[in-house]
Ligand binder design. Structure first.
Ligand code: NAP
Length: 319
C-alpha cells in the first residue's frame, strides 16, 4: 500500500510517498481503507521533531481519518467489513491508503457525513468540546470569544457553542475566513489582525466576555484578560511562543486560565467526548467544513499551508 513515510524529523519535505507492506490485523484490531485523512497542526509539530512525545522513526503521520472497514480481528464485535467509520487515532498513521487501528479508535460515521468531512472530526471537535464543556463549563446564555474561529477547532467550537445556546463572538484574519465564521452561525465576527478588535468586541459585549477559547495565547492572552468579565474563564488551546504579562490581571477579575491538551483527557472524559460527537453528527448540528482537498503525495504542501496560510476550515488528504 502507499503511505507517507517520515524517515527523519524536519521540514515538510521529509514526508515522502512510499510503498510499504500492508499491516496485519490483530485480534482486537480493525484495518480501515482511508478515504480521507485530516491534517492538524499537531501533525506538523510532531514531524518537525520538537513535539515532546515523538514516534520512533520511520513513521507515518496523521491522527484523523475516515474510511471503510476493510478487515477485522476475531475479537472485534462493533464493526464489520464495509462499515463507514471515522478514527480518533490509529496504530500505523492515517496519511496512507490503509490504517491499522485498535477497535477503540474506530467510530461509526453517519451517512449524512462524507468521508472528507469525517476526516475533520476527531481532533477539532474533541478539542473544542473539551475546552468549552469539560474545562470552561460553558452554559446557556454565556458569551464565548472563539479567538481563531476560521480553522478546524474554531469552526467546531462555533457549532458546539451555538447548539448549547451561547452568544458567539468569532475572530479570523481574512475576509473569507470571517465570512465563513459568520455563515457558521457566529453572532459577531472581528478581525484579530486589526489593532482595534478588542474595542469592537467590548462594544457588542460591554459586560465582558465569559469564556475565551484561545488559539494563539502568546499573542492574545493580555488582551483576553482585558476583555474578560469578572469570574471569566480562558482556555489556552494553542500557543506558539512566550509572553511577559502581569498576573495581577488574573487576580483582579477572579479569572481562571485553563491549559489543555486533548491527549491528557482521561478515558472517562474521552468516552463522554466521543458520545457527544456521535450524537451531534447524527443530529446534524456538527458538520466539519472541508476547505481544501489535496492528494496524499502533496502532504508536504498541506503541512506548509496549515501553518503558513490563513485558515478556512479543514485541509484533508485523499489517498
Ligand atoms: P487551524 O485550522 O490551522 O486554524 C488556526 C486558527 O488560528 C485560525 O482560525 C487562525 O485564524 C487562528 N489565528 C491565527 N492567528 C491568530 C491570532 N493572532 N489570534 C487569534 N487567532 C489566530 O488550526 P486548528 O486545528 O484550528 O488549531 C488551532 C490551534 O490549536 C493550533 O495552534 C493547534 O496546534 C492547537 N490545538 C491544540 C489542541 C490541544 O489539545 N491543546 C488540540 C487541537 C489544536 P486566521 O487564519 O483566519 O488568521
Amino acid at each position: 500500500m502507499k503511505a507517507i513515510v517520515v524517515r527523519e524529523f524536519g521540514d515538510p519535505e521529509v514526508m515522502k510517498l512510499e510503498e510499504v507492506p500492508m499491516p496485519e490485523v490483530g485480534a482486537s484490531q480493525v484495518l480501515v481503507r482511508i478515504k480521507a485523512a485530516g491534517v492538524n497542526p499537531v501533525d506538523t509539530y510532531i514531524r518537525s521533531g520538537w513535539y515532546p512525545s515523538k514516534p520512533s522513526l520511520p513513521y507515518t503521520p496523521g491522527k484523523d481519518g475516515a474510511g471503510i472497514v476493510e478487515a477485522i480481528g476475531e475479537k472485534v464485535n462493533r464493526f464489520k467489513p464495509g462499515d463507514r467509520v471515522f478514527l480518533s487515532g490509529s496504530i500505523t498513521g492515517t496519511y496512507a491508503e490503509f490504517a491499522l487501528c485498535d477497535e477503540s479508535e474506530v467510530h461509526h460515521l453517519p451517512e449524512n457525513i462524507s468521508f472528507e468531512e469525517g476526516a475533520g472530526v476527531f481532533i477539532p471537535y474533541a478539542t473544542a468540546y473539551r475546552a468549552l464543556f469539560q474545562k470552561a463549563k460553558a452554559s446557556q446564555g454565556e458569551s464565548v470569544l472563539i479567538h481563531g474561529a476560521s480553522g478546524g477547532v474554531g469552526i467546531a467550537a462555533i457549532q458546539w457553542a451555538k447548539n448549547a445556546g451561547l452568544k458567539v463572538i468569532g475572530t479570523a484574519g481574512s475576509e473569507e475566513g470571517r465570512k465563513l465564521v459568520k455563515a457558521q452561525g457566529a453572532d459577531f465576527v472581528f478581525d484579530h489582525s486589526k489593532e482595534s478588535y478588542s474595542e469592537e468586541v467590548l462594544q457588542v459585549v460591554p459586560e465582558g466576555i465569559n469564556i475565551v477559547l484561545e488559539m494563539l495565547a502568546n499573542v492574545n492572552l493580555i488582551k483576553d484578560l482585558d476583555l474578560l468579565s469578572k469570574f471569566g474563564r480562558i482556555v489556552v488551546i494553542g500557543s506558539r511562543g512566550s509572553l511577559d504579562f502581569a498576573p495581577r490581571l488574573i487576580m483582579t477579575k477572579d479569572a481562571v486560565i485553563f491549559g489543555m491538551s486533548l491527549f491528557n483527557a482521561s478515558s472517562e472524559d474521552m468516552n463522554e467526548i466521543i458520545n457527544a460527537i456521535e450524537d451531534g453528527l447524527k443530529r446534524g448540528f456538527l458538520k466539519p467544513v472541508v476547505g481544501k482537498k489535496m492528494p496524499l503525495e502533496l502532504a508536504y504542501r498541506a503541512h506548509h499551508e496549515v501553518i503558513e496560510k490563513k485558515a478556512y476550515g479543514k485541509i484533508v488528504l485523499i489517498p
